[in-house]
Design a protein around this ligand. Structure first.
Ligand SMILES: [Zn+2]
Ligand SMILES: [Zn+2]
Length: 266
C-alpha cells in the first residue's frame, strides 16, 4: 500500500535568498510526490535585518503574498499561506504582530536561529561539557519564552540546537526540555517533525524520538515539515518521519486553516 503523505508545512522560496523556486514550483513538486498540501513559510521581514541574506525585505512582502496566491490558484495541491516568524526578543514588542496583522495567515512557525550551535562541530575544542550545557539551557529557555509570547502556532525544528551533532547528555535533556514542552503545551501550540535534520550533522529529525514521546505525554500535536529550500526537497524523509511519529505513539497530526487547528489521522 502506498503511504498516505501528510501536509508539508515548512518550505522556503527564492525570496529567502538562500532557497530556489517559487511557491508554484513547490506546489508542482508536491503534487508529483503525492503530497496533498503545502504551506509556504518564508522568513518574516525584519526592520533592521541582522541576517539580510536569509529573508525577504518588507518591500517584498506583497510579492510573497502574490506568489502564494498564484500557487493557490493553480490548483496543483492545497497551498497554505504561512510564515516562519523567527523569535527575537527585541522584535516581540510590536514588529512580529504588525506583520502577522497584514495578511490572513493559515499558520505561523516560531523558531530560533541564533546561538553558537549554528556552526559548532563535534570535537570542536570550544564544545566543552560546560559550554554545551550553557548553550542547550539557553536555547530551551528561549524556546519557552517563544511559546509564552502566544504569537505562534507551531514550533519549528524544536531541538535544532543539536544541528551540528553536538548533544547534551540524556540526563541533562530530561531536566531542561520538559519545562519548555510544558510552555508549548500551555500555549496550545504544535511542534513540527522537521526532516531537514536528517541531512544535517544531527543526522536525525528535529525533534528526537525521546522528545516526541514527552510531547505525546502532553498531547502536543505534530505537523510535518521538510524545511525545503528547493522544490526537490518537498516531503524529504517523510516516510521516516511518519515511522518516528508512530513510534512515539502519534496517530494524528494537526492541520491548519486561518490559524485554527484540527486533528487529522496520519
Ligand atoms: Zn528555521
Ligand atoms: Zn525554515
Amino acid at each position: 500500500m502506498k503511504t498516505r503523505m501528510p501536509a508539508d508545512t515548512h518550505t522556503h522560496t527564492q525570496l529567502c535568498r538562500h532557497a530556489g523556486g517559487l511557491p508554484i514550483d513547490y506546489a508542482r513538486a508536491a503534487a508529483a510526490r503525492g503530497i496533498p498540501e503545502i504551506a509556504c513559510t518564508d522568513h518574516i521581514p525584519f526592520p533592521n535585518d541582522p541576517h539580510p541574506s536569509i529573508r525577504m525585505t518588507r518591500a517584498e512582502f506583497d510579492d510573497y503574498l502574490r506568489h502564494v496566491r498564484e500557487a493557490q490558484e493553480a490548483n496543483l495541491c492545497a497551498v497554505l499561506l504561512g510564515i516562519e516568524a523567527d523569535y527575537q526578543r527585541d522584535l516581540v514588542d510590536g514588529h512580529i504582530q504588525s506583520v502577522l496583522d497584514q495578511a490572513d495567515f493559515d499558520l505561523v512557525l516560531g523558531s530560533l536561529h541564533t546561538g553558537p550551535f549554528w556552526d559548532l562541530a563535534p570535537g570542536d575544542p570550544a564544545a566543552t561539557p560546560e559550554f554545551v550545557e550553557q548553550m542547550v539551557r539557553t536555547y530551551f529557555l528561549r524556546m519557552a519564552e517563544l511559546a509564552r509570547t502566544r504569537l505562534y502556532d507551531v514550533c519549528a525544528h524544536f531541538d535544532i540546537v543539536k544541528r551540528c551533532g553536538v548533544r547534551a547528555p540524556e540526563a541533562l535533556m530530561a531536566e531542561i526540555v520538559p519545562p519548555a514542552l510544558d510552555a508549548v503545551a500551555a500555549a496550545g501550540m504544535a511542534i513540527e517533525i522537521n526532516t531537514s535534520g536528517f541531512d544535517h550533522g544531527a543526522a536525525e529529525a528535529y525533534p528526537s524520538l525521546q522528545i516526541l514521546a514527552w510531547m505525546n505525554e502532553r498531547a502536543i500535536p505534530i505537523t510535518f515539515g521538510s524545511d525545503a529550500h528547493n522544490p526537490d526537497q518537498i516531503g524529504r524523509h517523510f516516510e521516516d518521519a511518519l515511522a518516528l511519529a508512530r513510534a512515539a505513539g502519534y496517530e494524528h497530526r494537526a492541520a491548519f486553516r486561518r490559524r485554527k487547528k484540527t486533528l487529522v489521522p496520519i
